[in-house]
Design a protein around this ligand. Structure first.
Ligand code: G3P
Ligand code: MG
Length: 245
């Protein structure tokens, strides 16, 4: 079972910052997940929400800022343990840090209602601009239109279906949608990660990764029911626990 660092080692440092990614690398992570947005002037950047409210305390949208403006905000303002200012990094800075250590890079593209037109082509160009990067990439999105556009632009890109507000009843239609974009992975919320659901998804031919798993109890349960990977904010500790378990 893969332990995928979720927004970097975000249990120890502000999420989706270079500090969190450096820590994840130091902790031995080989698999990484992070959230991709685009600034008004077309720079790919890494941050969770569309707005800076939860990280910097300012309700401004990334889509309305040029990168030079975005960079001035301290996106570590609300992190409990460490108040050192952190900026929202450019995607390329993140890949500089984690790329060499990475076996798998999960680019989660936040593009609800196509708020960042053209982000698919821009990300694909970036993936092709560095040797080996395209092969390590796994692209996911809660937005199905975004996944479809990626598939239209690239038949080879590895895609992951990301279940949003899913229930057991909605699992079957979701599997159909995942198949329609020829996804290889299906990413499931912990809330729905029970043996039967996981078995169904695996039987349909997808690898299953579960978000977000931050306790030993849940991690061991995921291992028992045979999921392929878990996303965790504590990649080191869970790794040790799972290996011991
Ligand atoms: O990609 C897995 C997980 O990160 C999806 O949810 O909201 O944490 O980006 P979220
Ligand atoms: Mg995410």
């Amino acid at each position: 079972m893969k332990i995928i660092s979720h927004r970097g080692a975000s249990g120890y440092a502000p999420e989706n910052t270079l500090k969190a990614f450096r820590l994840a690398v130091e902790m031995g992570s080989k698999d990484f997940e992070f959230d991709v947005h685009q600034t008004r002037d077309g720079i790919l950047t890494v941050h969770h929400d569309f707005s800076l409210k939860a990280t910097a305390g300012r309700d401004v949208k990334i889509a309305d800022l040029d990168y030079a403006e975005l960079k001035k905000f301290n996106v570590g303002a609300y992190f409990r343990h460490d108040k050192t200012p952190q900026h929202a990094p450019r995607l390329e800075e993140v890949i500089d840090v984690i790329g060499p250590a990475a076996e798998m890079l999960n680019f989660e593209v936040k593009n609800d209602d196509n708020v960042y037109p053209g982000i698919e082509a821009k990300l694909l160009a970036f993936l092709r601009s560095r040797p080996g990067l395209f092969e390590k990439a796994l692209v996911s999105s809660f937005d199905h239109g975004t996944l479809k556009r990626f598939r239209e632009l690239s038949p080879e890109l590895k895609l992951a279906y990301l279940g949003h507000n899913l229930s057991t009843v909605l699992l079957l239609p979701a599997l159909r949608k995942a198949r329609a974009v020829r996804a290889v992975n299906f990413h499931l919320s912990l809330r729905l990660a029970f043996g039967l659901n996981v078995a169904r998804i695996r039987k349909a031919g997808f690898k299953v990764c579960v978000y977000t798993v931050n306790t030993k109890k849940d991690a061991l349960r995921m291992k028992r029911i045979g999921v392929d990977g878990i996303f965790s904010n504590f990649p080191d500790i869970l790794g040790k626990w799972v290996l011991k378990g």
